[in-house]
Design a protein around this ligand. Structure first.
Ligand SMILES: Cc1cc2nc3c(=O)[nH]c(=O)nc-3n(C[C@H](O)[C@H](O)[C@H](O)COP(=O)(O)OP(=O)(O)OC[C@H]3O[C@@H](n4cnc5c(N)ncnc54)[C@H](O)[C@@H]3O)c2cc1C
Length: 395
């Protein structure tokens, strides 16, 4: 038994932190998870989990309990122009290696609570809620030896920062780069709507912003909106009226509670691993929620991080080899998804181009289906044929 309080301390019990902790504990490492919140806690999110994330949940043995908590399956994405009779639907393609070819509508209040419960019952994990982490703890040489919380210092051989988009731990480690000033923001609200006949995500392009809808329970529809600071600020003044004007919400749909806001999405840390710290999930950098891959990539990153950190903890590889291997995996997992996000934002910002592409895809959705496969990591952009590129250009 080592002298440290834990082998690994994981900061943050969102999807990335939970997956990291379960995997490290199952590999035999004493894992302590700290979250400043107490669960259930809510989180602004578009709540569409991509099929690649569903596959991770299945590998973790958590899928059945999430489905039992009412998360509906999502089979497709419909793209529409707000206020115009132009739309097209693309189905999620089957994963090349088999497995679930559908996403899930995950109401974060319930989803994250089920994940937190999985932590509580996992042997090898200690989960402490309501504990805010302030910074890494360092020894006299400046090496990380654990974390400092509001109340105490906790020593560990490694620290995993899964503390979200604005990761306080990343900032305290000096790894946060300044975000662009013209960053984007989002609002997410829930409506009481009978969703039993809704089986996909809908994205509505509205010029300088986009609306997203997804069923997250049999009678709950998520309605989120993304855009620049001023646009989202204006919508936030009367979110319910703006949503009713922009979307075909059924007569009698009620807004449940107040919408949650989040923003300044574009975050690129200087490093994702090194000096005994590993960043996973949003803490490891993020571009924009427009393609809805954040939770899935967080789960996939947790899997890769756990492989390399397990090897380092078991002294099969060195700390620096583990950090380098994880950095490579992080780059590989994000590379095409980042290109896709740039393409999606380009289209969203040019209504004439998006209208043309949607009209063309209505008769030929194949190119959009290839892009959904890129977003799931099934293949790269090389899969798009010249004909696909022409149809995305509306030709
Ligand atoms: C409007 C909007 C729409 C989105 N739409 C989608 C979508 O449709 N699909 C999708 O997959 N993703 C979407 N995302 C992105 C998704 O929400 C994130 O990618 C995902 O939540 C990242 O998970 P995480 O575990 O990395 O971090 P989080 O879920 O943010 O969890 C971080 C945890 O760290 C804890 N924490 C923070 N600071 C500290 C501290 N100092 N000490 C202790 N604990 C701390 C927090 O309490 C929190 O529980 C959207 C995001 C927004 C804002």
């Amino acid at each position: 038994m080592s002298a440290e309080d834990a082998d690994v301390v994981v900061v943050g019990a969102g999807p990335s932190g939970v997956a990291s902790a379960l995997l490290l504990a199952r590999a035999g490492h004493r894992t302590l998870v700290l979250d400043r919140a107490r669960f259930p806690r809510d989180k602004a999110c578009g709540e569409g989990l991509m099929p690649s994330g569903v596959a991770v949940l299945r590998r973790l043995g958590l899928l059945d309990s999430l489905v039992a908590h009412g998360a509906p399956r999502l089979h497709s994405v419909t793209y529409r122009m707000v206020g115009q009779p132009v739309s097209t639907t693309a189905a999620f393609p089957p994963p090349p290696g088999g497995g679930p070819g559908w996403g899930l509508g995950v109401r974060r209040l319930r989803f994250d609570a089920v994940l937190a419960e999985a932590l509580r019952v996992e042997p090898g994990v200690t989960f402490a809620e309501g504990v805010r982490v302030i910074s890494p703890q360092r020894d006299a040489q400046g090496h990380v030896t654990g974390v400092i919380t509001e109340g105490s210092a906790i020593s560990a051989r490694f620290v995993v920062a899964a503390d979200g988009l604005h990761s306080p731990l990343r900032a305290a480690a000096g790894w946060t780069s300044p975000a662009p000033r013209d960053g984007r923001y989002g609002l997410a609200g829930h409506w009481r709507v009978d969703t039993r006949d809704i089986h996909g995500i809908t994205v509505g392009f509205a010029g300088d912003h986009e609306w997203y809808q997804a069923p997250v329970g049999p009678d709950e529809l998520l309605v989120s909106v993304l855009g620049g600071r001023h646009t989202i600020g204006a919508i936030a003044r009367d979110y319910a009226r703006s949503a009713r004007e922009a979307l075909p919400l059924p007569e009698g749909a009620d807004l449940l509670g107040r919408p949650l806001a989040a923003g300044l999405f574009h975050q690129r840390p200087r490093h994702v691993a090194g000096d005994r710290i590993f960043l996973v999930g949003d803490a490891a950098g993020y571009d924009d929620p427009t393609t809805g891959e954040g939770i899935a990539v967080g789960l996939l990153l947790a899997e890769r991080m756990a492989v390399h950190l397990d090897a380092a903890l078991s002294e099969r590889i060195s700390r620096s080899e583990a950090a380098a291997a994880y950095t490579r995996d992080h780059r590989r997992l994000w590379a095409d998804r980042r290109r896709l996000t740039r393409l999606a934002l380009l289209m969203a910002g040019h209504p004439r181009a998006s209208r043309r592409a949607i009209s063309r895809a209505a008769t030929r959705p194949a190119a959009l289906e290839v892009l959904l496969g890129v977003n799931c990591g099934y293949w790269g952009f090389g899969r798009l044929s010249a004909r696909d590129w022409l149809s995305l250009a509306g030709i």
